[in-house]
Design a protein around this ligand. Structure first.
Ligand SMILES: C[C@H](CCC[C@@H](C)[C@H]1CC[C@H]2[C@@H]3[C@H](O)C[C@@H]4C[C@H](O)CC[C@]4(C)[C@H]3C[C@H](O)[C@]12C)C(=O)SCCNC(=O)CCNC(=O)[C@H](O)C(C)(C)COP(=O)(O)OP(=O)(O)OC[C@H]1O[C@@H](n2cnc3c(N)ncnc32)[C@H](O)[C@@H]1OP(=O)(O)O
Length: 382
């Protein structure tokens, strides 16, 4: 796999950093998640392929353990508020001094500088600060955050993984590590570059929810079917729009022009009325194999069985029967191979990892009895 041989230490976080670690793990990196001690259950639902070491970083001996792990690693990924790592004596200066090849990735909401750097926040706040939230939502409604996909995952976890891969590539030439300041505000805004770069085209001149791609246009929207499901319509180009009209059984001569914005409400009503006459399956049959750009809105349970997704193996079931998306993109020679085994228990690999990283048996026992590290091998064997 592309990242085979890369060792990552991921400090346990909420959503974006776990996703970043999972991407690296899916593509072959060895990811060791450092969890807190005295925690019964992890909230990391993106732990695929990771190992877990439970370590008390409030104790200087715990800090020393982490340093030793980082000296022998390629990447450390930290998801804390600005200053937390420095306070524990684990800031970039400390760790890069001991391992100048280390890539030190800092995944935060607001970045390492600026007046918000130390403030708490979540996806919706970062999305708001990126400018993008102001553009999301239906006409005459308040801004609407699309789950926590944009800032946490696209602009956060994924962008941070991209930064790490870039830094690894650069290190193969320079031999030196570096610090990655991954701000979710900036990551989200960067993902949304199109919104800024396409303003001159007049794509976003109208209020929120009344533009071409924000559900303003009737040919770029979703429609309810007779069985209470939905179809997605993305027939922008005139030649594809014609196929939409044909599939709906409408006559172009009876309809206003596609780009007549003042007629969009009327056109939407017509489309809504027609879509409500057949089930999702029936509409899929009508549009499959055409270029009308009309697809069923699949529920997360149904994606696995759709013939297209099935043919490509786009989703898979793990050993627990849970459906997951296959890691993307697909590399021809060294594709990702997601681990199908269950996620680790907190501290499941403490003993084995410490041994591998050069701790003597007696040292490990001492750390365990002092509560500086915790081990959960027994739970794993149950
Ligand atoms: C919208 C998303 C978030 C969605 C997440 C939800 C899915 C989950 C959120 C809450 C979960 C529920 C909850 O936990 C209760 C149940 C628990 C149960 O086990 C499961 C069910 C639950 C209902 C559970 C269910 C779900 O999992 C949840 C609903 C996001 O937007 S995520 C993005 C958040 N932002 C960032 O990541 C940006 C960077 N980080 C930050 O700004 C801050 O970390 C943050 C997120 C604001 C949190 O601030 P906080 O004050 O809590 O922490 P920090 O200032 O960063 O300091 C960390 C302290 O921890 C110490 N520490 C770290 N590691 C160790 C260690 N190994 N040992 C000892 N101590 C450690 C560190 O020293 C810091 O201590 P100090 O505060 O003393 O300096």
């Amino acid at each position: 796999m592309a990242l085979a041989g890369v060792r990552v230490i991921e400090l346990a976080g909420l959503a974006p950093a776990p996703f970043c670690g999972m991407i690296l793990s899916d593509f072959g990196a060895r990811v060791i998640r450092v969890d807190r001690t005295k925690v019964a259950m992890t909230v990391d639902t993106q732990a695929r392929g990771k190992q877990s070491v439970a370590l008390n970083l409030k104790n200087p001996k715990g800090v020393a353990v982490l340093k030793k792990l980082c000296v022998q690693s390629d990447v450390v990924l930290e998801p804390y508020r600005k200053g937390v790592m420095e306070k524990m004596g684990l800031g970039p200066e400390d760790l890069l001094k001991e391992n100048p090849r280390l890539i030190y990735a800092r995944l935060t909401g607001y970045g390492q500088s600026g007046s918000y750097a130390k403030a708490a926040g979540h996806d919706i706040n970062y999305l708001a600060m990126s400018g993008l939230l102001s553009m999301l939502g239906r006409t005459s409604e308040k801004p609407y955050a699309p789950l926590n996909l944009v800032a946490d995952f696209a602009g956060g976890g994924l962008m941070c993984a991209f930064g790490i891969v870039l830094a690894l590539l650069e290190r193969s030439r320079s031999g030196r590590g570096q610090i990655i300041d991954a701000s979710m505000v900036e990551g989200a805004a960067y993902v949304g570059s199109f919104m800024w770069k396409s303003r001159s085209l007049g794509l976003w001149n109208r209020p929120r929810g009344e533009n071409l791609l924000d559900s303003g246009a009737p040919f770029y929207d979703t429609y309810r079917t007779s069985d209470g499901k939905y179809m997605a319509v993305g027939a922008i180009e005139p030649q594809f729009y014609q196929q939409l009209i044909q599939g709906l059984g409408l006559d172009d001569a009876d309809l206003p022009a596609q780009m007549s914005i003042s007629d969009w409400p009327q056109l939407r009503e017509t489309f809504s009325r027609v879509f409500a006459t057949k089930t999702q399956a029936e509409w899929s049959q009508v549009f499959d194999g055409t270029d009308a750009c009309v697809t069923p809105v699949l529920s997360v349970d149904k994606v696995l069985s759709h013939p297209h997704n099935k043919a490509r193996g786009s989703f898979f079931k793990d050993s627990q029967g849970e459906i997951s998306p296959r890691p993307a993109p697909v590399l021809s020679r060294s594709p990702a191979e997601p681990c199908r085994f269950r996620d680790p228990f907190i501290g499941e690999h403490t003993r084995s990892v410490l041994k591998e990283y050069g701790f003597e048996q007696a040292q490990i026992e001492q750390l365990l009895s002092a509560g500086i590290v915790e081990c959960n091998e027994a739970k794993a064997r149950l």
